[in-house]
Write a protein that binds this ligand. Sequence first.
Ligand code: PLP
Length: 412
Amino acid sequence: MTIEFSGQAENRRGDIAPPVYLDNQSTTPMDPRVLDAMMPFFTERYGNPASSIHAYGRDAGEAVDNARAQVADLIGADPREIVFTSGATESNNLAIVGAARFTPARRNHIVTLATEHKCVLESTRYLEREGFPVTILPVRSDGLVDLDALAEAITDRTLLVSVMAAHNEIGVLQPLAEIGTLCRERGAYFHVDAAQGAGKIPLDVDAMNVDLMSVSGHKMYGPKGIGALYVRRRPRVRLAPLVHGGGQERGMRSGTLATPLIVGLGAAAAIAANEMTEESERLGRLRDRLLDGLNRRIDGLVLAGAREPRLAGNLNLLFPDVEADALLTALSDVAASTGSACSTAAIEPSYVIRALGFDEAAARRAVRFAVGRFTTEAEIDRAIAAIADTVLRLQAGSVEDADQRAGSSTAA
Ligand SMILES: *Cc1c(COP(=O)(O)O)cnc(C)c1O
């Protein structure tokens, strides 16, 4: 099946070109090399990796072991510290709720940031309703954590601190090593949601004193529906499982392992580990080309979040006098989003942009553009033209509207 696109510019042959995909932080297309690695495990290599009594099971088991090592390598972990899950949402729930369920009552305080992903915030709110004390810290206007405020918030009763590596909306990179040091000094677990960071920026769980780290397959050119949680062995992090059953994944996550998806996650991790440095340079150049091109044509663009340190492919821009909803709807040649790709159709002003100190009206104007592995320079140029044309057209419309309103009020 092919996706039907309508309303886009036609190319020279008269075909309709698909929209330029600049939504790589909502999800990435799968790398064809990942699909190649996965395919045999959908067909002839179908054994259950737990069935080590026969050759089919052992074959699948070895493929899972290999993938586990590939994921571990990406973040400087030991393969025995990797638990496969259905994605970063589950990994974050297991890290936060699982740690809370295991804790002695005197150490039950949880600290996180106002700009964390919904699945982290909702996990902590769920625990708060059960009586766990929770501190949700504001961030600085550039989106980065205030390390002094964090140091003050962590006490000898703090169980866990959860801070993401790279931000899904504004792309800022948090100072993980500094946060890790603070946590280690106070004996609190440090959980990192690395759904957007893994495979994009160098991560090392030992150097950064990370105890728990969540990753997701579909944010790094792997398949959807697979992720992992790193769980430190020394000193040992204890989690209560959320899913009970056959005791797979050392009892932390029961259920038959999804061999094809796990193989895909492993392949995606290996590719990212090899190509990360070069890729982030290339994405940084494309991202800067997009920003320069838009700045040349549109006055008064505002970049939300620190310019640096920032994920190479990310931009989050506030367009003067144009709401994100209207822009994204009118922009049929570019696929982008506000960043909160959650289930609701109605575009709510982003709580992340609000947390940077922008008012609600400004937050309604924020659009995220995320360049990815398969974005080309020609696509960036096409996107610049399409975005700028649409913004200028909508701005002119809003001026006309205002004139009309002014005109009718004078007439009245
Ligand atoms: C996408 C994302 C998640 C959720 O990951 P899934 O694998 O889709 O469940 C969590 N945190 C961040 C920062 C994300 O970008």
